[in-house]
Design a protein around this ligand. Sequence first.
Ligand SMILES: *Cc1c(COP(=O)(O)O)cnc(C)c1O
Length: 233
Amino acid sequence: MNDTDASNVTGSLPTGLATVEREIVTACRDAGRDRASVTLMAVSKTFGAAEISPVIAAGQRVFGENRVQEAKAKWPELMSAHPGLALHLIGPLQSNKAKEAVALFDAIHSVDRPSICEALAKEIVKQARKPLLFVQLNTGEEPQKAGIAPVDADDFIARCHQTYGLEISGLMCIPPVDEAPAPHFALTAKIAARNGLKLLSMGMSADFPIAIQFGATHVRVGSAIFGHRPPLV
Ligand SMILES: *Cc1c(COP(=O)(O)O)cnc(C)c1O
């Protein structure tokens, strides 16, 4: 499935959600996995309450945002109107936003440097909150992309625990757009396994069935659910 297949989604009808759910069920069946082993995160960045509300009404409970400020502007109201929602941060985090991030998010998928570890550790203790933490890998070693290089992953994961007392639950990756994603998913799964990490945040609209085949526990799906995002964001 690709963005074009999802372009009939109007943005206010949860048609895309039903299609994605069917594809997850199929991918799980093909991989011999339980549907319950995969969490679908609906990535709602750039969309407002008008587009998000029908998706909540259709039963979706886990949402992803990539910017702390944007999430802070729209989610507190939606969350108080709909108890039981979970919000995940999937975009880059700055140390000076750690306080807000720990207060607002149930999971953070972008742990990728010591300064973030330090800021998160401090806020986690202070706020007595325990968001799920994922270390972001830069499996394609792309200079413009955030994340830890695969060769540094074992050390960084150990350091998160030993130096900062952070409990890391899994790994996240975003494969290069112009490459087949499978080798990136396989590498991420391998690094997680050898570090005893159970969760794998991988797979987006274009490739979530492949990610499920490689063990994804959290797929991050935006445009296939909400339709195309406005450009320039
Ligand atoms: C936007 C985004 C997604 C969702 O992308 P789609 O292609 O719209 O499914 C997933 N992961 C991250 C980190 C993102 O920023």
